[in-house]
Design a protein around this ligand. Structure first.
Ligand SMILES: C[S@@+](CC[C@H](N)C(=O)[O-])C[C@H]1O[C@@H](n2cnc3c(N)ncnc32)[C@H](O)[C@@H]1O
Length: 707
């Protein structure tokens, strides 16, 4: 988009030479002019705001050689996505009025304060108009807002109309007045496409038809543009605009949609033009589809368009879905459906309510907590991590589920996790070490748990041998890798049920990292997990029906630390109670038992049998999907501040080299034949040859094929 070249502007003004700018334009019929042009004022697309640099886009994360693949859909050129109706409508040559105040002050401008508009223009109520054989198949715009007061004038300086009855005539008809000439529907002709595009390089247009429809259209003339001009897809354009709005204009609602903003423009236009706000029948009142949450009350984006409705800032649309969840997306989707079809469809309250059981709530009903749960598209961690973790949805309009992002485990209530320096004995730390423990010729005490050898190499990766051992323990469900409790803590909370036999716990290898009582540097090679996430990750919506997932935006080597599985630390009983109270009904996350030490202690107290629950509080690991057996991540317990193993950190490392944009997965250890336990009720879509959720017959076939 670029500013209009001067010669063109002059040519458009040619017909006005010799006129004073204050001469009031008249409305006449003209069979040769492209559209009915009544009022003009343009949005300056070349304003500094409009050309603000994109500070960030998910694709900026990519290494240069991988930027291309991210765009999954919407690759058709814009022109091919514009249906005949769109083209015809864009031909209606209508422009957005920017500031009502300014307009009123400017000479030669026809858009007046509301009452006057009503008395002059034909933008009143949508009403039934008889269709005759000669009428076009589509609705004919009867009013156009034109970029400047010069408008589309004939040589006498009159504003001209082609398709419809002049606005003043329609109003006269509406009012039952016989003063003006009768509107002649027979003279209406279809809008011819493209003529406007040739005349103006870039402009925002609003067209309104006698049927009460309003359409916003953006014209951008490539011929007059730069030589490097190329046509972006509509999806590309919307995504880029949305990112710009979210970032540059500080609109923090991830549901913000440019399509909806355009729809807002239409709705507000119609409102202003027809005084709909005063309509008495609420069920027929057109509902304003607004950007779901206008937190800043007055966004700069809105400023730029200055839609100017008083109540705009006070109302947001929130959908109440049938399952009782609050979801503003339904509404946006409904609007987007229309927009996707190239229509600016008016959603009436009754229609919307039927479809989604929507209610409109006031913005001030959102609690600070709810606002906090909205996800920043550029960083779902909200600054909690060392790196930004963007999220993207290339499949639908859904945004990630609400949860509190935490980067470190937090105790819910009863979990017995005592972090005390006095509990860390000589054998659990290395106070005399200095700098990097890995570079010392003698392994320190912190390497004891890993066979006098650190688990990490100098590149910060898990050493091959240690990693392979961890993988084989986790993937081989043989008896020798399992231990069984006499009195399994996992079974104890089910007090009313028949206690089941311990299902076994994996005998895991541990990593012991240096910590506060150690003398080494924070950058010591034996401190990897505690330094947090360092690779480029992205939360994305999976196309296979697994919901959200996590992927890497860079190629990762084998043994690389990805993230810790972070959540609330609950006792087993607390989790069980949470589960039976139904608090997990809508949550997809699973409890992760910290059970690696259970079998070694006979009288493990209840408050020491812990699990992690990331449903309500968690980090990015809560998006990692399950893959049976051959997942590219593995979880390894990491001990830091508490030497007794009943509480530990669970860190995820790559089991192999992982390509950029590959989804990251780990094996939850789900037993798909066990239907009794929380969080196991999904139909696995992992796609692995070793999937445990496929029917036994096909599983054995695929396993034997694999061998
Ligand atoms: C820890 S969450 C992972 C993130 C989740 N996909 C989301 O959208 O929030 C686990 C849930 O993801 C879904 N899921 C994970 N792995 C899956 C798989 N292999 N096939 C189908 N659904 C899966 C299931 O609904 C499961 O309950």
């Amino acid at each position: 988009m670029h500013d209009e070249p001067r010669p063109l502007k002059r040519s458009r003004l040619r017909g006005r030479e010799g006129q004073t700018s204050s001469s009031p334009p008249k409305v006449v019929q003209d069979a040769t002019s492209p559209a009915a042009l009544v009022v003009d004022r343009r949005v300056d697309l070349s304003s500094p705001r409009a050309s603000m640099p994109r500070l960030f886009s998910p694709s900026n994360w990519l290494e240069p050689d991988m930027r291309q693949p991210l765009g999954v859909k919407g690759k058709e050129p814009l022109s091919s996505q514009v249906g005949p109706t769109d083209r015809r409508a864009s031909n209606a040559s209508v422009y957005l009025s920017k500031k009502r105040k300014e307009r009123m002050a400017e000479p030669g401008i026809l858009l007046l304060p509301k009452q006057k508009v009503l008395s002059i223009h034909a933008l009143l109520k949508p009403k039934d108009e008889p269709f005759t054989d000669v009428m076009p198949q589509y609705e004919v715009p009867i009013a156009v807002i034109h970029p400047d007061s010069s408008g589309k004038e004939d040589s006498s300086g009159q504003v001209v109309s082609k398709q419809g009855p002049p606005a003043s005539e329609s109003v006269a008809r509406e009012n039952g007045s016989n003063d003006g000439p009768a509107p002649s529907t027979e003279t209406m002709t279809p809008c011819e496409p493209a003529t406007v595009l040739k005349e103006s390089p870039s402009k925002l247009e609003i067209a309104s038809s006698s049927m009460g429809k309003v359409k916003v259209s953006l014209s951008c003339d490539s011929v007059l543009g730069r030589p490097d001009f190329h046509m972006p897809s509509i999806d590309e354009l919307l995504q880029s605009l949305e990112e710009k709005c979210l970032r540059s204009y500080k609109i923090i609602d991830p549901n913000f949609s440019v399509k909806n903003l355009m729809k807002d423009v239409c709705e507000t236009f119609l409102e202003l033009a027809t005084d709909r706000s005063n309509e008495s029948q609420p069920q027929e009142r057109i509902m304003n589809i607004r950007p779901a949450i206008d937190i800043l009350k007055k966004s700069a984006a809105r400023d730029a368009l200055d839609i100017g409705s008083k109540e705009y800032n006070n109302c947001i649309t929130v959908a109440n879905t049938s399952n009782g969840m609050t979801d503003e997306r339904c509404f946006a989707e409904a609007a987007n459906c229309c927009a996707a079809r190239g229509e600016v469809k008016e959603l009436r309250e009754s229609e919307v309510a039927d479809a989604f059981s929507l209610v409109v709530v006031q913005q001030n009903q959102l609690t600070p907590d709810e606002l906090r749960l909205l996800h920043d598209v550029n960083d779902i961690s909200k600054g909690e991590e060392r790196v930004e973790i963007p999220w993207i949805n290339e499949i639908s309009n859904n945004c990630p589920p609400s949860f509190h992002y935490i980067s470190q485990n937090q105790i819910f209530q009863n979990a017995h996790v005592i972090i005390s320096l006095s509990k860390i004995g000589e054998k659990d730390c290395c106070p005399t070490c200095f700098g990097d423990c890995l570079s010392s010729s003698i392994s320190c005490a912190c390497a004891h748990d890993t066979g006098l050898n650190f688990a990490y190499n100098s590149d910060g990766l898990i050493k091959e041998e240690f990693l392979e051992e961890c993988i084989s323990i986790s993937r081989d469900p043989q008896q020798q890798n399992l231990s069984f409790c006499q009195d399994c803590p996992a079974e104890r909370p089910k007090i009313d049920d028949i206690l089941e036999r311990c299902k076994g716990h994996l005998k895991r290898r541990y990593i012991k990292e240096c910590w506060s009582k150690c003398g080494c540097h924070k950058l010591c090679g034996n401190r990897v997990v505690q330094r947090g996430i360092s690779c480029k990750l992205q939360v994305f919506f999976t196309p296979e029906g697994k919901g959200w997932g996590l992927r890497t935006l860079q190629k990762l080597p084998k043994g690389a630390f990805i993230c810790e599985y972070v959540g609330e630390i609950l006792t087993n009983r607390e989790f069980f109670e949470r589960y039976i109270q139904g608090r997990h009904a809508e949550k997809l996350t699973h409890p992760v038992p910290l059970d690696a030490y259970w079998h070694l202690i006979d009288d493990l107290k209840e408050e020491e049998t812990l699990c992690l629950d990331a449903s309500f509080y968690g980090n990015v690991a809560r998006f990692i999907n399950h893959r049976c057996l051959d997942a590219n991540l593995i979880e390894i317990p990491v001990e830091m501040e508490t030497p007794e193993h009943h509480y530990y950190h669970l860190a995820l490392f790559t089991t192999r080299e992982v390509d950029a944009l590959e989804e990251l997965t780990w094996d939850y250890g789900v037993d798909f034949d066990d239907h009794g336990l929380p969080g196991k009720s999904f139909r696995c879509q992992c796609g692995s040859t070793f999937c445990r959720n496929i029917k036994r017959s096909s599983r054995s076939k695929s396993l034997s094929n694999a061998r």
